[in-house]
Ligand binder design. Sequence first.
Ligand code: UTP
Length: 408
Amino acid sequence: MSSTENALKRLEDLGQKKALRFWEELSEEEKEAFAVQIEKADLSCLNARFDEGGQSMPKIAPIDVLKVDEIEEKSERWKEEGLAAIREGKAAAVLLAGGMGTRLGTDGPKGVFDIGITKPVFIFQRLIENLMDVVKEAGVYPDLYIMTSEKNHRETVDFLTEHEFFGYEGAHVFFFEQETAPATDFEGQILLEGKNRLATSPNGNGGWYPSLLKSEAGAHFKASPVEWLNVFAVDNVLQRILDPAFIGAVIEGKVNTGAKVIRKNAPDEGVGVLCLMDNKPGVVEYYELTEEMKSAKDENGEPLYNYGVILNYLFRREALEGALEKQLPFHRVKKKVPCLDEAGNPVKPEEPNGYKYELLVLDLIRELSTCLGYEVVREKEFAPIKNRTGKDSVESARELLKKNKIEV
Ligand code: UTP
């Protein structure tokens, strides 16, 4: 079967004939380009199970996490253990940078955004400077994998190459592109961006491991001795990456995952909460917590659901391998998706007209069964940049950086 016939069959088998309604109008070249896109897209969302909150809610219970004071007591020992793992090449970092940064309102990758006031301070630069602290202590450059998306890959690679990786050793930086997922109408039929182009967007941050394995960077990874992957978000400019004490604690805890958590600043703060879900560690989205859960207190008067995740996780490679067979749940979100109407005219909807589909890295915690929650001091390790101003913004991050004596 030719590649175009293959692509046609793939869509037909999924009941997606509508996306092929202009097929007969296409030239051979246009058909080929369409086939390549269909081949590359992750279409598993089309017959996936959905987790939109509230529908099949598991039984939620509080979880114990390692508190800052308990960590302090043992941190020297854990740090040594973590540094030893880093020196043996057993730990690598994975930067999730495939997001669209819609709230920040940048066209390009979030990491190229300059948050400096008196001098340029690019988000990528801040992250690499943080990682350099570990390089100095360990005396080696751990591998750094950077996940991009089809929309920002070229710009990310060019930017970091031009800036010579802000001092990081280039031989230890590897890029890989995440997959895309199609957007559909409310009936689940794929929307078209052009007559030979599906409307697609990055498939969320949860698909990073399969995307890494399928990539060229994956070939290096497979041959490497890495046992632990520290996965982190692009937008927290204060976070510690490959924090040796965190690695040591997770290794000693003999768990499959570790999650850095902060004490929430309000019961309804918009961060996912680490807890037990049907007796297994997992992350509940803030909007899934009931009022009762938000106000529940323990015997010391502390909120029961008090530890929010900051998208800084450690994953045991072996456990990720074991989870590969299972599909994470897709989250379906109503969005305004620019697309073609029935007659093939482009439309820019004013109201949501369909769904986008995303996998979330937080679902991996539940999938991998065991997790160590590890508390960090929020003022020292949490300065997320989601918006330009206000909460979790460029402004609030600058203030936090200054408080930590980092010049901006
Ligand atoms: P966010 O959920 O904050 O999304 O991503 P975003 O795309 O950066 O920003 P908005 O929502 O459009 O304003 C959390 C982390 O996950 C990464 C982001 O780059 C960020 O590091 N991410 C998100 C991906 O790598 N891929 C995705 O498809 C989505």
